[in-house]
Design a protein around this ligand. Structure first.
Ligand code: INI
Length: 157
């Protein structure tokens, strides 16, 4: 049997992080978690580039352009959609997930989804570096693993 899996080593990886400013008090914590994880797994900070857009709805076209630029091994999308009293939440969260899913299937680089969708602010805080971890850090780990796995797939004889 032969099995393949990615290593959690980010040495030499060029990573773009696309982050929405809407709910910035949450998304900046996700960004910190992602950058910290990349650094602790060996990424060079100069090779981590951050792109900011206004809201989570705007993330997919930014992620698409960044992913298609050919300059990165991985793109990490970070946002926080928090349910309010209107259906706006569903549209923003749904369009973002759909758009980033499409990019991930088209791009040659790894694409990681670190967009929170929560019912309230408390749940978002829990997932941005408190009791439920940091989803930005988790997305960064997934990106590192995926880049490594893609390399392994590319090296198959
Ligand atoms: N954008 C978010 O990133 N999170 C939200 O919770 C949110 N809500 O709920 O309104 C949100 N809306 C803005 C949206 O992403 C766009 O920026 C806006 O619709 C302009 O296109």
């Amino acid at each position: 049997m032969r099995s393949y899996e990615g290593k959690l080593v980010a040495t030499g990886m060029r990573v773009a992080i696309c982050v929405a400013r809407f709910n910035a008090f949450i998304t900046e914590r996700l960004l910190e978690g992602a950058v910290d994880t990349l650094r602790r797994h060996g990424a060079d900070e100069a090779q981590i580039h951050v792109y900011r857009c206004s809201g989570t709805f705007e993330l997919p076209p930014v992620v698409k352009r960044v992913a298609m630029s050919g300059r990165y091994d991985a793109v990490i999308a970070l946002g926080a959609v928090i349910r309010g009293g209107t259906p706006h939440f569903e549209y923003v969260a749904g369009e973002c997930a759909k758009g980033i899913g499409q990019v991930s299937m088209q791009a040659d680089c790894a694409v990681a989804f670190g967009v929170l969708t929560t019912d309230n602010v408390e749940q978002a805080i829990e997932r941005a570096g408190t009791k439920a971890g940091n989803k930005g850090a988790e997305a960064a780990l997934a990106a590192i693993e995926q880049v490594s796995l893609f390399r392994a797939i590319g090296q198959e004889e």
